[in-house]
Design a protein around this ligand. Structure first.
Ligand SMILES: C[S@@+](CC[C@H](N)C(=O)[O-])C[C@H]1O[C@@H](n2cnc3c(N)ncnc32)[C@H](O)[C@@H]1O
Length: 373
């Protein structure tokens, strides 16, 4: 999965072709329109207040793609703007290169570093009120910082391992092997096949902890979110105090086991479900629902507390999406259809429908984690 998505020479995100575009391979809340970013800006202001309005206040947008969410948050004019240091973190070089189209990026040392020495021989200090400033990095910045990390549809793209329950409460790992040469594609590229092997002790222990207290039937498969554990540990380590917002597809392990692999492992190509993840690696997105128990356990292991868990629909309502929609509806009905403001208002109503859809984006799981808050 890591190679298929991120290999610099042909991984799906490295190619940056469709990823993160309205006409691309998948549609996230960010690509629906600017409403999601406007609501996130409200949440960010709430967290700034909660942290006693630090300046500088770091907001890290992890898996930032082309930077559209950052642009929408900044355009919404959050109250914290004078303190805001917004850091886009994106692994794909192609997508990082596209961010400058949306945002005025500044050098990281200017945005992250305390810049001004008060007197010769003294430690540099940050200049208050110099935000908003935006920068882009390939990896999470070094901490410790006061702020929040936002991960919208990042963690379902972090590589996971796949286990299958075998008799006697054990596990096999489902690995990817090269298929016999006779199965190779006409262009000579190798074909891949599943291979079941006994899970090593470390993976079996992780899988056991993931399903603790649940009965998983023989033959059921589950994703073990190994890269998520690493990512949350690094994210927690960069926060002196702050919050981490994780929004993604997710479900309890028993539900994932019952759905079967085809119900939690998805691929996307040109905004439609793709084919087997083993087919033409690099040509499609590969994602898996996050097992909620795995997320909670990884958070606890990283020293984070779970402050809230809810659906995206409920979270956006708590941020006032309904009143924004009512305002937009009123603006739309009061104007001529050719009026630009009316068109924008009508679009906002449709965006809200998509973001709240209980059979779609509205069902995404929102988890808010805290470090020393
Ligand atoms: C599904 S896209 C979501 C983009 C954006 N957050 C949105 O909601 O539209 C996931 C993004 O995360 C990036 N990514 C994956 N692993 C990453 C990591 N460890 N650090 C930073 N970015 C990563 C991918 O390259 C991709 O651009």
């Amino acid at each position: 999965m890591d190679a298929a998505l991120y290999d610099p020479a042909g991984g799906f995100f490295a190619r940056a072709g469709g990823a993160g575009r309205v006409d691309g391979d998948f549609l996230t809340s960010v690509e629906v329109g600017s409403l999601f970013g406007a609501l996130l800006a409200r949440a960010v202001d709430g967290w700034w207040d909660q942290l006693a309005r630090p300046d500088p206040f770091l907001v890290v947008d992890a898996g930032a793609g082309r930077g559209r969410l950052a642009r929408d948050v900044l355009r919404a004019g959050p109250r914290c703007a004078p303190a805001l240091r917004y850091v886009l973190v994106e692994r794909s070089a192609g997508l990082r290169a596209a961010q400058a189209e949306y945002l005025p990026l500044e050098p990281a040392e200017l945005v992250l570093g305390p810049a001004v020495p008060p007197e010769p021989d003294e430690e540099p200090v940050a200049v208050p009120g110099s935000g908003p400033m935006v920068t882009a990095l390939e990896e999470l910045p070094a901490g410790p910082a006061l702020g929040v990390i936002v991960a919208n549809e990042l963690v379902d793209n972090l590589p996971f391992r796949v286990v299958e329950r075998i008799a006697g409460d054990g596990w096999n790992e489902i690995r990817v092997a090269e298929a016999p040469a006779s199965a190779a594609a006409p262009d000579g590229l190798p074909a891949f096949a599943e291979m079941a092997l006994p899970a090593d002790d470390g993976l079996a222990a992780l899988a056991d902890r993931l399903v603790e207290g649940h009965d998983i039937p023989v033959g059921a498969r589950l994703p073990v979110p190994t890269a998520l554990v690493e990512w949350l540990r690094s994210a927690a380590a960069m926060l002196r105090r702050g919050l981490i917002l994780v929004i993604d597809y997710g479900a309890p392990v028993e539900e994932l086991a019952a759905r079967g692999q085809a119900g939690w492992l998805r691929t996307y190509r040109a905004q439609r479900p793709g084919t087997s993840p083993l087919e033409a690696p690099g040509s499609q997105d590969i994602t898996a629902d996050v097992p909620l128990e795995g997320l909670r356990r990884a958070a606890a292991g990283a020293g984070l507390s779970v402050l809230a868990e809810m659906t995206q629909g409920d979270w956006l309502r708590s941020l006032g999406v309904d009143e924004l929609v009512e305002e937009a509806r009123a603006a739309w009905h009061g104007r001529a259809v050719t009026d630009l403001a009316a068109v924008a208002a009508r679009s906002r109503v449709h965006e809200a429908d998509a973001l709240l859809d209980p059979a779609g984006l509205g069902a995404h799981r929102v988890t808010i984690l805290g470090r020393k808050v």
